[in-house]
Design a protein. Sequence first.
Length: 89
Amino acid sequence: MASRGDGERRIITITSAPGWGALYAEADDVDAEPRFVTLAAWALVDDGAQGRLVGLVQRSDAGTFGLADEVTGFAGYSHRGLRTRPPDA
């Protein structure tokens, strides 16, 4: 990420995002349910004007991450909750 002032956004800090995901619409099928992609983390992003909370997602390139709202088809966020199971007795 570049520094403030050049139109780029800068990550200030990150935190966990349990149960959250980014939704992506399929461009060729407007009736399809948006695809859910689990967030790796939330990032507090500074764009020079204000701070925003933006999801981080793993990109298709192995080992790289990107801001969810910069990926084509971004349609918002959704919380699906956490799946838990009782401890083994």
